[in-house]
Design a protein around this ligand. Structure first.
Ligand code: ADP
Length: 870
């Protein structure tokens, strides 16, 4: 633009230069003054830049002036460019200086970059193409810095190579500095305005929100010690006017529920005041109603950081609390219900069921004071169980008499519809009947207990607080009551069954006792029976009496456990046993229920006996034979007696027939030999005499048998009786040449005896001795006093030296009509039989010792008369 200095025109040049300098200063001042002027006006920084650039353009007409912003990365946008003929305006043009890092770095280091010809610039080589495209050949770039940060560029562009002079550079640098200030001021102003605007907006918003939302905002000034702001929600939540609270903020605090107020105070004391506090608390309104709020309180610092205010947002959460409480209640109830179901039905005891119902009812509405179980019968409702959950409930009066359902509208409805009903506020329910004792009930809920479609009872909950029970509680109580009904039904059924079972048990016990008594009696009767009795079923003996076991020798358990059919006891041949069984079976098949017969049986020890058997069949209700009773008795003795009797009759007949034949013969001979009359008559007399004796003996035996003999006792000296008998029989012995002697003690032995009968015994024994002893032998009678069983007794021995008795027959000689065959003597065979009867009747015994061929000794022993008896 300017030529290099020329020495020849130096002074001129100096003055010209000086003028130029002055002119340059003036230009620069002009420009800067304009900027300053613009800045004080209300012009925006953009306008200031545009005006300034346009002004510069004026002073440098060949140059294009641009202002561009640049970000930290080096991306630049030309904000404003002057319009210069020959150079296109560049407003909005973007340049990426990252391509020329050294260039960028120089700018960031506050250095202006001067390029006289871009085509020769190394620094700008990467950008040369785009620069040329904008018509730029030479450029002068000056950085604009704000707080050490490169924020923009001020550029001079020339369309031809250009040597930038100091004036140009200085102008641009000065302008850049001024603009920097302008921009900074403008930014600050802008920010301030923005802040103000934002504040205003936020204040408006705050007001709008505060005035229009249900939440309460308050501001408390510590220094002024008063509320400086309360939003309108205060009035709805606190139930007081804002004016009141502004005047006396204590009203505000006092409304906070006592419990939480203390809590908040403690919280404020304990916590760092600089922290935000969150607390949920209740507000007690002047009308006594309660609101729940959630408060977020935070300290507000002033610009110096000192806390000078407290602000809070208070949200009314009463409804939320209610919902939450209701949800919690519902949750508790649902959970409780599932448990109670099990809990209630896990017992069958009615009392326990009632107790559990009362326990479970609390879960239906935890705020209840009292629970009742009612019994409904014949239109009367009677409280059968009650449980108080609170002190209040405890003191309540429970009506002693049943209530008439029809007098209570709510109960009538419950019974009619079988639906639960809730009376939230009894004062507001015109069907509520107040009677002494129920005045305290302010809220009531009742549900029916239905069994088989009938209302048999009621469950009710009472509360002293109005509003405690709502329709939801009626629903719950109804659900609960239906569970309770099931439990009650089960328990009732169980009770009925139990009672029935107890009655049955009682009856069984009574009957068992009766049967046992009967059985005992029967047992006594059966055991006292002499006959063996056994009862058998299905081939097994079920019962035996004592006589039976004694008879067969098997124990009762042996009889019962081992299969011992009675018939196996039969000791007969197989054929006989078979015949016996067939008789039995045919008897049964012929419809005979009783069979009588006899059999010979074998005992456990192998011995046998003759048994008389009676078998009676026992049939069940259907007529079928179920068992048999057998009666067995030992008939061995009977049989032998019978045999003895038979023998006796045969013998007696025989004994009588012989003399009769004899008499008959003599009578015949008497006809033929009248001359021998005396002989025949004598024989007849003898025979008649022996027949008389025989008959006498037979009568005696018969009398003894029938037990009709009585003794005519007298006390005698036995020696005298013996001597008397011996003396009478001495002629008999002498006749047979047998020595008959009596050896008697001197001391008289006294006895109370029937003299005639003892004489008969002695006579018989001595006569037998004479009879069964051959001539030359002897018969000796001795008498001694003896001791038998500690009792004094007389022992009379009749000893002979005769034929004796064979050992096999010795046992039988006392049987009636028994006579040893070899003895030739004549006798009836009844003597010893009668003798034994007489001695035994005297309480004594008669025995024999004998040796065949050597003689016999008969010992008669009987008790002596005791002296006191004499
Ligand atoms: P009898 O009238 O036959 O003597 P008893 O009853 O007195 O009848 O005696 C029964 C039987 O006992 C006699 O027939 C006899 O065989 C036997 N007997 C009785 N006494 C004696 C005796 N002293 N010596 C031997 N045998 C005797």
């Amino acid at each position: 633009m300017s030529n290099p200095p020329n020495q020849s025109v130096h002074s001129y040049e100096v003055s010209t230069n000086a003028n130029k300098e002055i002119e340059h200063y003036r230009v620069r001042l002009e420009i800067l003054k304009s900027i300053a002027m613009h800045l004080t006006s209300s012009m925006s920084v953009q306008e200031v830049i545009e005006r300034t650039l346009d002004l510069i353009q004026k002073y440098f007409p060949l140059i294009r002036v641009c202002y561009s912003t640049i970000d930290r990365d080096g991306l630049s946008v030309i904000v404003y460019s002057t319009e210069q003929p020959g150079l296109p305006p560049l407003t909005g043009f973007q340049i990426d200086y990252r391509q020329v890092p050294d260039y960028l770095l120089a700018l960031q280091n506050k250095q202006s970059v001067i390029t006289n010809d871009v085509r020769q610039s190394v620094l700008l080589a990467p950008l040369v193409e785009s620069m040329l495209a904008t018509g730029t050949i030479a450029s002068l770039d000056v950085p604009l810095k704000h707080s050490e940060e490169l924020i923009g560029l001020l550029c001079f562009d020339a369309a031809t190579p250009h040597n930038w002079d100091a004036h140009e550079e200085a102008t641009l640098t000065d302008v850049a500095e001024y603009l920097t200030v302008a921009i900074r001021l403008s930014n600050e102003e802008h920010e301030r305005k923005q802040a103000e605007l934002a504040l205003r907006e936020s204040e408006t918003r705050f007001r709008q929100i505060a005035d229009n939302t249900a939440d309460l905002f308050w501001l408390f000034d510590i220094q002024a010690d008063r509320m400086i702001y309360l939003s309108p929600a205060f009035e709805t939540i606190w139930g007081r006017s804002r004016e009141e609270a502004y005047q006396d903020y204590r009203l505000f605090w006092q409304a906070i529920h006592e419990e939480e107020r203390t809590q908040i105070q403690v919280h404020l004391r304990q916590n760092d005041l600089e922290k935000e506090a969150r607390v949920e608390h209740r507000i007690v309104r002047p009308d006594g109603t309660i609101r729940w709020v959630r408060m977020r309180m935070f300290p507000v610092p002033n610009p110096t950081g000192e806390i000078y205010r407290f602000a809070a947002i208070v949200q009314d959460i009463t409804d939320y609390k209610h919902v939450e409480a209701a949800e919690r209640e519902q949750h508790i109830f649902t959970e409780a219900l599932s448990q109670t179901g099990e809990f209630l039905t896990s017992t069958l005891d009615v009392e326990e069921v009632f107790a559990r119902i009362l326990l479970g009812m609390e879960k239906v509405a935890p705020a209840a004071d009292l629970a009742n179980i009612w019994l409904v019968q014949h239109g009367l409702a009677d409280i059968v169980r009650a449980r108080a959950y609170t002190e209040a409930g405890n003191s309540w009066y429970v009506p002693q008499r049943a209530l008439q359902v029809r007098e209570f509208r709510d109960l009538v409805e419950v019974v009619r519809t079988r639906k639960a009903s809730a009376i939230p506020d009894t004062d507001a329910f015109d069907g509520w009947v107040v009677f002494p004792g129920n005045e305290m009930i302010k809220s009531f809920v009742v549900a029916p207990i239905c069994l088989d479609g009938e209302v048999v009872g009621l469950l009710s909950l009472s509360s002293a607080t109005a509003g405690t029970f709502q329709p939801i509680h009626a629903e719950r109580l109804e659900t609960f009551a239906s569970q309770a009904s099931t439990a009650i039904r089960n328990a009732r059924l169980y009770a009925e069954i139990t009672q029935h079972a107890q009655e049955l048990e009682q009856r069984v016990a009574e009957r068992t006792l009766e049967l046992r008594l009967l059985n005992d009696k029967l047992q006594v009767v059966l055991d006292s029976a002499g006959e063996g009795i056994c009862y058998s079923e299905k081939g097994k003996i079920q019962y035996t009496n004592r006589a039976f076991t004694a008879l067969v020798g098997y124990s009762e358990s042996e009889v019962k456990t081992s299969p011992i059919p009675l018939l196996e006891l039969v000791s007969r041949s197989d054929a006989e046993a078979k015949a016996f069984r067939e008789t039995l079976e045919s008897s049964l098949s012929n419809g005979n229920m009783t069979w009588r017969g006899s059999a010979r049986l074998r005992r456990k020890d192998g011995t046998e006996f003759d048994a008389g058997i009676t078998i009676s069949y026992v049939s069940g209700p259907d007529g079928k034979t179920t068992g048999a009773v057998a009666l067995i008795r030992d008939i061995s003795e009977e049989l032998s007696l019978q045999a003895q009797k038979d023998r006796f009759i045969a013998n007696a007949s025989h004994e009588l027939r012989t003399p009769l034949t004899n008499i008959k013969l003599r009578l015949y001979l008497l006809g033929k030999q009248p001359e021998r009359f005396p002989d025949h008559i004598r024989v007849i007399e003898n025979v008649t005499e022996s027949m008389r004796n025989l008959v006498e003996d037979l009568l005696d035996v018969s009398r003894f048998d029938r037990g009709i003999i009585t003794l005519d006792r007298q006390i005698i000296v036995l020696q005298e009786l013996i001597l008397d008998v011996v003396s009478i029989l001495s002629s008999e012995s002498e006749h047979k040449s047998i020595i008959l002697t009596a050896t008697l003690p001197d001391e008289p032995i006294m006895a109370s005896v029937d003299i005639r009968r003892i004489r008969q015994v002695l006579t018989n024994l001595i006569m037998n001795g004479i009879h069964y002893t051959a001539s030359g032998g002897s018969v000796t009678v001795t008498l001694e006093q003896h001791e038998k069983d500690n009792q004094p007794c007389a022992l009379i021995k009749v000893h002979d030296t005769g034929i004796g008795i064979a050992s096999e027959t010795v046992a039988r000689i006392f049987e009636p009509f028994f006579r040893a065959s070899e003895s030739g003597a004549t006798g009836t065979g009844l003597g010893l039989t009668i003798s034994r009867e007489i001695v035994e009747l005297h309480g004594g015994t008669i025995t024999v010792e004998s040796e065949h061929g050597k003689g016999s000794t008969f010992n008669v022993c009987f008790p002596l008369a005791v002296s006191s008896e004499q």
